[in-house]
Design a protein around this ligand. Structure first.
Ligand SMILES: [Zn+2]
Length: 284
């Protein structure tokens, strides 16, 4: 059972049983069947901002990587994804970056689950996180310079867009690892995930469902794996919020995270087992 640290009506922030880093928290839906609406989306933003604030207050984190799945749980033994939380299928993993813990979550997850090292239990730290979640502060999440935003201009407009609706654009990345791969971004120029509006969260969620359906029709995938990088400390490279989305299925030819992991230098993955190292670039 994850340790609950903060709760609202629709969302709970918790410490997973086996955190991959000391800056690993999860945001879980209190009612998994709940349809995301403007109130629950506003609460999700609040939960996320409190989570960032707590990871900054307790661990000095200034960047955040989020991972979540839609209708998908990792195949046992597969690399690249957070360990699923038993009994919870609506979970957003948040990994603080740039703080006192230098473990790269991507490198930690590039190891098969049986070889992963988990952060040791630290009751004092857990208590500090709960206290910080209860008393959030405004934090600075440095973003890439936004003089030239390739989420607003250039190829995004001319040849990458698949469709747009309700303020969200679905695009094909420049470099794809698998066929069933897109990026979702708000039409509005907004650098940080924490500054999305409830309407944008609802629209992103609606388009994720549409992407899942399109991928299912096109290539028979059943679910989605998603990640996003918030802030330069989390290797965000484009100053415009975007989610990386991969279609997944039990009979897939290739696990996109295994392909991503294969790009990490081997010695750096093995270094993750000793709990240090940096992070992979934002794969846009
Ligand atoms: Zn932009």
């Amino acid at each position: 059972m994850p340790t609950a640290l903060w709760s609202s009506t629709y969302w709970q922030v918790a410490l997973p049983d086996r955190p991959l880093t000391t800056a690993h928290l999860v945001i879980m839906a209190t009612a998994p069947e709940m349809a995301l609406g403007s109130v629950s989306a506003a609460e999700l933003i609040t939960a996320y901002r409190r989570t960032r604030s707590a990871l900054w207050t307790v661990g000095g984190c200034q960047g955040f990587q989020i991972n979540f799945a839609v209708g998908w749980s990792p195949t046992p033994g597969a690399v690249g994804e957070p360990d699923p939380l038993a009994g919870h299928d609506r979970v957003i993993h948040v990994f603080g970056r740039g703080g006192s813990d230098h473990t790269s979550p991507a490198r930690a997850m590039a190891l098969p689950p049986a070889e992963r090292r988990y952060a040791a239990s630290d009751p004092a730290r857990t208590e500090s996180l709960a206290a910080a979640l209860a008393a959030p502060v405004e934090i600075d999440v440095p973003a890439p310079p936004d003089t030239e935003c390739d989420g607003c201009a250039g190829a995004v407009l001319t040849d990458q867009e698949r469709w747009r609706r309700d303020g969200v654009r679905v695009i094909r990345p420049h470099r794809v690892m698998i066929d069933s791969q897109v990026l979702l971004l708000p039409l509005r120029h907004v650098p940080s995930i924490g500054d999305l509006t409830p309407a944008e969260i609802v629209a992103l969620s609606t388009e994720l469902a549409e992407v899942r359906e399109q991928f299912a029709l096109a290539s028979g995938t059943t679910g989605l794996s998603c990640f996003g990088n918030d802030g330069t400390a989390a290797r965000q490279e484009t100053p415009h919020v975007h989610l990386h989305v991969f279609g997944r299925s039990r009979d897939e030819q290739e696990n996109p995270f295994a392909l991503l992991a294969a790009r990490l230098p081997a010695e750096e993955v093995s270094r993750a087992a000793r709990r240090d190292g940096g992070g992979p670039p934002d794969a846009s």
